[in-house]
Design a protein around this ligand. Sequence first.
Ligand SMILES: *[C@@H]1O[C@H](CO)[C@@H](O)[C@H](O)[C@H]1NC(C)=O
Ligand SMILES: *[C@@H]1O[C@H](CO)[C@@H](O)[C@H](O)[C@H]1NC(C)=O
Ligand SMILES: *[C@@H]1O[C@H](CO)[C@@H](O)[C@H](O)[C@H]1NC(C)=O
Ligand SMILES: *[C@@H]1O[C@H](CO)[C@@H](O)[C@H](O)[C@H]1NC(C)=O
Ligand SMILES: *[C@@H]1O[C@H](CO)[C@@H](O)[C@H](O)[C@H]1NC(C)=O
Ligand SMILES: *[C@@H]1O[C@H](CO)[C@@H](O)[C@H](O)[C@H]1NC(C)=O
Ligand SMILES: *[C@@H]1O[C@H](CO)[C@@H](O)[C@H](O)[C@H]1NC(C)=O
Ligand SMILES: *[C@@H]1O[C@H](CO)[C@@H](O)[C@H](O)[C@H]1NC(C)=O
Ligand SMILES: *[C@@H]1O[C@H](CO)[C@@H](O)[C@H](O)[C@H]1NC(C)=O
Ligand SMILES: *[C@@H]1O[C@H](CO)[C@@H](O)[C@H](O)[C@H]1NC(C)=O
Ligand SMILES: *[C@@H]1O[C@H](CO)[C@@H](O)[C@H](O)[C@H]1NC(C)=O
Length: 359
Amino acid sequence: MGSIRSLVLMQLMILLNVILTVKASTPAVAKPGCRSRCGDVIIPYPFGTGRDCNITAGFFINCNTSFIPHKPFFGGNLEVIDISTDGQLRILSHASYDCFNTSYRNWLFYNFRLFEFSINNNKNKFTAMGCDTYAVVQGSYGQRYTTGCLSLCNNITDVSNGSCSGIGCCQTSIPKDVKSYDISLSSYANHTNVLLENPCSYAFVAEIDNYTFSASDLHGFEFQGKQFPITLDWKIGNKSCNEANMDVNNFACKEYSKCVDSENNSGYLCKCLEGYVGNPYLTNGCQDINECESMSPCNGTARCTNLPGTYNCSCPVGYEGDGKKSGTGCSLPNKDQSKTSPLIVALGLALGFLVFSWG
Ligand SMILES: *[C@@H]1O[C@H](CO)[C@@H](O)[C@H](O)[C@H]1NC(C)=O
Ligand SMILES: *[C@@H]1O[C@H](CO)[C@@H](O)[C@H](O)[C@H]1NC(C)=O
Ligand SMILES: *[C@@H]1O[C@H](CO)[C@@H](O)[C@H](O)[C@H]1NC(C)=O
Ligand SMILES: *[C@@H]1O[C@H](CO)[C@@H](O)[C@H](O)[C@H]1NC(C)=O
Ligand SMILES: *[C@@H]1O[C@H](CO)[C@@H](O)[C@H](O)[C@H]1NC(C)=O
Ligand SMILES: *[C@@H]1O[C@H](CO)[C@@H](O)[C@H](O)[C@H]1NC(C)=O
Ligand SMILES: *[C@@H]1O[C@H](CO)[C@@H](O)[C@H](O)[C@H]1NC(C)=O
Ligand SMILES: *[C@@H]1O[C@H](CO)[C@@H](O)[C@H](O)[C@H]1NC(C)=O
Ligand SMILES: *[C@@H]1O[C@H](CO)[C@@H](O)[C@H](O)[C@H]1NC(C)=O
Ligand SMILES: *[C@@H]1O[C@H](CO)[C@@H](O)[C@H](O)[C@H]1NC(C)=O
Ligand SMILES: *[C@@H]1O[C@H](CO)[C@@H](O)[C@H](O)[C@H]1NC(C)=O
């Protein structure tokens, strides 16, 4: 009898485990019926690959299936390498170049256009390199901006690795909220004085930690085909949370999430409430975290109960404290320790005996 009962119990537990695992391993990323990845890149809603899969036209991702693996593109021809639901999108951009030999000039000046989103000015920088290089970057953030830098060197031995202070390499930051840029390169003498060591000028916008200058990059023509990642900021619409909240049908933040205004109060983001994880833009996207399983927050003797958005630790009968490892734990009250302690022990023994005899 006992063995059958434990067999049934075990099967029940396995079944429960399977249900829990399945539920935990497939959190929704995209809208139902929409593709949640394109090649190696995960495409979370509000982004999507067309029809009702993206929240508005500005969040459309073109998944080009003629590449193996498939490649996602955004805003026409910008290749996407990463999308996060916390308001950032990483894309690849090209290096601009201006290359010379004794008889020939070969150049490409790259330009970059966004419609709704902007370039994150803390994470990206404009870099130019060359020994006869005058680099300009201009574009708009509502109004026009122009900036740039100058990089020179008489002799390539003057150049030091890692330093972009104007000898062989220069850097400058990009203004806030920039939506576009055009790069142009020029020189004082067509590199004629440095042609052997440095035939090209290069310039690009890239994430700060993605490129470290090396003097050897000045030598050849290799940078002509290079691509660099740029981090963009995205947000929903151009209203503040308070305004957007009134338009219930179009409000992007779903259950168990909160709305966060973007810096300019023009547009907002959604975040899951504390104690929840997932995609706040989807119905049922924010799911309760089972803290008891994921972080074992209770003191060894305390019982952990998962609650919506939080958890509770309860100490065994007769003990006091909040039961939390990070809190007061569980301990016997100081005063009448001698009275309660034997009672607990006796109770424990009795319980243990009962369980034993039931099996
Ligand atoms: C998603 O993007 C496509 C392409 O721009 C657009 O035709 C479609 O209307 C967008 N979906 C929504 C719900 O706006
Ligand atoms: C996919 O990429 C190829 C090669 O760049 C291009 O010819 C084709 O038009 C693209 N397809 C779509 C649907 O964008
Ligand atoms: C200069 O570059 C062009 C194009 O790459 C090439 O055809 C030509 O032979 C080069 N001339 C010299 C002197 O290297
Ligand atoms: C560059 O500097 C090195 C060592 O300082 C020297 O030997 C070389 O002749 C210099 N080259 C030019 C083109 O001035
Ligand atoms: C910030 O607000 C100003 C004034 O309303 C506007 O011109 C500018 O485009 C806004 N910037 C962004 C990134 O929305
Ligand atoms: C640089 O090259 C251009 C043609 O590509 C020529 O018009 C110009 O005069 C040259 N400048 C110098 C300083 O050699
Ligand atoms: C720069 O970014 C590219 C594209 O994501 C990546 O392949 C490369 O490893 C990065 N380089 C560094 C030094 O982080
Ligand atoms: C600069 O870095 C390159 C490789 O990135 C290395 O070959 C070269 O020796 C370095 N030069 C100096 C002066 O450290
Ligand atoms: C806000 O967004 C709407 C719809 O996308 C657009 O028509 C309008 O011009 C935008 N307003 C501003 C101030 O950018
Ligand atoms: C949490 O546990 C304490 C005992 O530690 C108990 O008094 C309280 O009722 C519990 N709260 C909930 C919501 O279960
Ligand atoms: C539980 O709490 C008691 C009393 O605070 C402490 O001595 C013990 O180390 C705690 N155990 C764990 C596993 O945190």
